[in-house]
Design a protein around this ligand. Structure first.
Ligand code: FAD
Length: 452
């Protein structure tokens, strides 16, 4: 079980849908995207009758099993945004910071206790070529209005004690770590208080036009809605155009037992920033509120034909690699034991950040494709999807980055072969000083390149 969900005070699931019901807006998916959508829909218009329909339980998907890095970027990092939408990246950065600040203000206003720690995040360089990247990135982030600090070898090792660290880039503003399940449960409680009707254990199998609205077929019943908002992430999409553009990619996480006082002291890490490295196959790690180390990332596993399901959530080979990498980074933790290990599906698209759109004659909107960086961006994506449903033109909806869609993935078996080859070449680039070979350069030219 994911550490975040392994809590005695997790909310009891709401009753599933039984029979037929009607509403103004049906939100499908009870992760952060769906919860932020339901909250903002109600806060925009308290009279709107909103139903939130979740196939399992709130926070069952990525939202309850992520690293809890709550970062302002809307584009999966500055480099990815700049490569794809250079003329809009400044605006996207500003909108990302505004979204982050508004999310933090909302969490505080609603009194959601989710161990929010606004200490920033540090990207560390482990190889010489990565030091250069960090220096370039720091300059650009600073120019775009972020508070950043470049840490040399001594400074980063003073912050966090690892013999592998060569340099660090500390993003001090608009970056936090959070307990993601508690954030979900807090939002769940808030939307219930606002009168949202929540149906859990209610998978939706189909959506179609009906009269002036839409009809959703769900286990146990049917929902008739004026409009619907789909926030189904890596799970099979209910709309064909989305199905071709999202693949589930599994990412794995370990959590240690609580550190002893001596282990805790041996790490330094007094300011408790979220940490990650900047390889293509990167790790992310942080302290939990009860001083465990959460350690995740590196492997990204795609299963043929968009394979997804609970049987994919445990992967011995990935856990064993993660444990080895943790000890290489923090040898002082030799002998540490792990209390939790899990995997989760990431909604990966070919541009590596979310896309939004409408279908069914404008009655249905979707927001999906965060590709592993959606804790903060999910709130923004939900806002965009609500604005699309309302036909509202905003600064965000006017952007090409928001109006456009990523290229679809090819059909199988090409899909699997292309993803495997890309994974293999990304690992090779990490081994060869970051140099991208022919295949990666070809993808870069097609606008499909990945740069973590
Ligand atoms: C291992 C892992 C680590 C990550 N780490 C980070 C991180 O540190 N920082 C970060 O920013 N992002 C991270 N992410 C990504 C982040 O968790 C998500 O982008 C974010 O939580 C938004 O999720 P979501 O609501 O779009 O999707 P989800 O949380 O997956 O929610 C989708 C929900 O829809 C429901 N659903 C799907 N289909 C149907 C249907 N047909 N009917 C009814 N319900 C349905 C599912 O049951 C699920 O609950 C990570 C993801 C994973 C898997």
């Amino acid at each position: 079980m994911p550490y975040w969900l392994d809590r005695p005070d997790a909310p009891a699931p709401a009753d599933p849908l039984a029979g037929e019901t009607e509403c103004d807006l049906a939100v499908v998916g009870g992760g952060l995207s769906g919860l932020w959508a339901a909250l903002q829909a109600k806060e925009d218009d308290p009279g709107r009758d909103v139903a939130l329909v979740e196939g399992a339980e709130v926070a069952h998907g990525a939202s309850g099993r992520n690293g809890g890095f709550f970062i302002h970027s809307l584009t999966h990092g500055l480099a990815n945004g700049r490569a794809r939408f250079p003329d809009e990246v400044e605006t996207l950065e500003r909108l990302g910071r505004e979204n982050h600040r508004e999310a933090v203000a909302t969490i505080r206003r609603l009194g959601i206790e989710c161990d929010l720690e606004l200490n920033g995040d540090v990207v560390v360089a482990l190889e010489p070529h990565e030091e250069e990247w960090l220096a370039e990135e720091a300059a650009e982030l600073g120019r775009l209005g972020n508070e950043v600090e470049l840490l040399d070898r001594d400074a980063i090792r003073d912050e966090v004690r690892s013999p592998t660290f060569r340099a660090g880039l500390w993003q001090r503003s608009d970056s936090a770590v959070v307990d993601p399940a508690r954030l979900c449960w807090g939002l769940r409680e808030a939307v219930l208080q606002l009168g949202v009707r929540l149906y859990e254990r209610t998978p939706v199998s189909r959506i179609r036009r009906r009269g002036a609205g839409v009809e959703l077929d769900a286990a146990g019943g049917r929902v008739r809605a004026r409009q619907a908002l789909l926030a189904t992430s890596a799970f099979p999409a209910l709309v064909r155009s989305v199905r071709r553009r999202v693949v589930p990619v599994y990412d794995y996480v370990l959590v240690t037992e609580p550190l002893s006082a001596e282990q805790r002291r041996s790490l330094g890490w007094e300011r408790r920033q979220g940490l990650s490295d900047c390889a293509n196959n990167f790790h992310y790690y942080r302290l939990t509120a009860d001083d465990r180390v959460l350690w995740g990332g590196y492997d990204a596993i795609y299963h043929f034909a968009n394979g997804i399901g609970p049987e994919r959530e445990q992967r011995e080979a990935s856990f064993s690699l993660l444990a080895q990498h943790l000890l290489a980074t923090f040898p002082q933790l030799e002998g540490i034991r792990f209390s939790h290990r899990w995997g989760g599906a990431i909604d990966t698209c070919t541009r590596f950040f979310a896309f939004h759109g409408t279908s069914h004659g404008g009655r249905v909107a979707h927001t999906v494709g965060h590709t592993g960086l959606g804790v903060g961006a999910s709130r923004f994506g939900a806002r965009v999807a609500l604005d699309l449903l309302a036909g509202r033109e905003t600064e965000a909806t006017a952007l090409r980055a928001i109006r456009s869609r990523p290229l679809p993935f090819p059909p199988e078996p090409l899909r699997w072969a292309g993803i495997e080859l890309t994974r293999n070449r990304l690992a090779a680039a990490d081994r060869h000083g970051g140099r991208r070979g022919l295949w990666l350069r070809a993808l870069d030219r097609l606008g499909l390149g990945y740069d973590s």
